[in-house]
Ligand binder design. Structure first.
Ligand code: CP
Length: 304
């Protein structure tokens, strides 16, 4: 079993992973030797703070070992991904990969003898969505009937939130004036619409009015943020998206919790007053990446 997105998971299976994350958080001693002798290869084509740290610490806490592999310093950069993965998956028990292209991740999974976890590609970010739903469940106890509003560019994080929320009974409204085309997955959106739990609008004020959680993410994907060739597009996006910034004014009269998957670009998608508001649960949400990683590893390595 791989975790490339949530397509192959039922709502019940996804809920089990979320609940396992919460259980591990409160009962770590029970799991301290669960992955004894197991190794996780973590391979990165892009930068990361949380994904790298959470999966590495997760392996340590569960009694296993993680290897950080920078794509550029390995022969993945020179050779066919299928051959390199044939080797890698004979020496480790699990692979977590943050790749630029979902097609490469799929090639990796098809050639691997061990489970592959998507550490975020251009289409999906499942380990982030599991941490998000752990956070929502912790705050509200029950997920049924909860309304989450995602405001920003439609991207990989947005896809996994839509897929995750609609599988487990959480209502999700997106306010996404920009659609990152590489993230487009019409089948995912069609399936989400069929549940009656997903809608999209540009009326940000109305969307926030009865929201339980308001969530945002960067307007510019990480691989382009500091790229001088992307500067004009970045400027265009900032101008278009500023009216959709999460700030005190937008949140006036709302009792919703504020979420962000991080890294944060202060003053762009979210203001400092919103980050530091008593309703902000951003840092708790980021902490839950660890319990998301632990629940995923335990599931894929057959521990529940
Ligand atoms: N949210 C997230 O995936 O963080 P990193 O890019 O730092 O891993």
């Amino acid at each position: 079993m791989h975790l490339l997105n949530f397509r192959e998971l039922s709502g019940q299976q996804l809920m089990e992973i979320i609940d396992k994350g919460i259980e591990v958080k409160h009962n770590l001693t029970k799991y301290q030797t669960a992955l004894d002798g197991k190794s996780l290869a973590m391979i990165f084509q892009k930068t990361s703070t949380r994904t790298r740290v959470s999966f590495e610490v997760a392996m340590t806490q569960l009694g296993g070992h993680a290897l950080y592999i920078d794509w550029r310093t390995t022969n993945f950069a020179l050779a066919d991904i299928r051959d390199e993965v044939q080797y890698l998956s004979r020496n480790v028990d699990c692979i977590m990969a943050r790749l630029l292209k979902n097609s490469d991740l799929q090639a990796m999974a098809a050639s691997s003898h061990v489970p592959v976890i998507n550490g975020c590609d251009e289409k999906y970010h499942p380990s982030q969505a599991i941490a998000d739903l752990i956070t929502v469940k912790e705050k509200r106890g029950n997920l049924k009937g909860i309304k989450l509003v995602y405001i920003g560019a439609h991207n990989n994080v947005c896809n996994s939130l839509i897929e995750g929320c609609t599988k487990i009974g959480v209502k999700i409204t997106t306010v996404t004036p920009i659609f990152n085309e590489p993230s487009r997955d019409e089948e995912l959106l069609k399936d989400a619409k069929k549940t009656g739990l997903y809608e999209t609008t540009l009326d940000v004020k109305r969307a926030v009015k009865d929201a339980d959680f308001v969530y945002t993410d960067t307007w510019v994907d990480m691989e382009f943020f500091l790229d001088p060739k992307y500067a004009a597009e970045k400027e265009k996006r900032v101008k278009l998206m500023m009216p959709y910034q999460i700030n005190k004014e937008l949140m006036k009269g709302s009792n919703a919790y504020i979420m962000h998957d991080m890294p944060i670009h202060r003053g762009y998608e979210i203001s400092a007053d919103a980050i530091e508001s008593p309703k902000s649960i951003i840092y708790e949400q980021s902490e839950n990446r660890l319990y998301s990683a632990e629940a995923i590893l335990l599931k894929l390595l057959g521990k529940y």
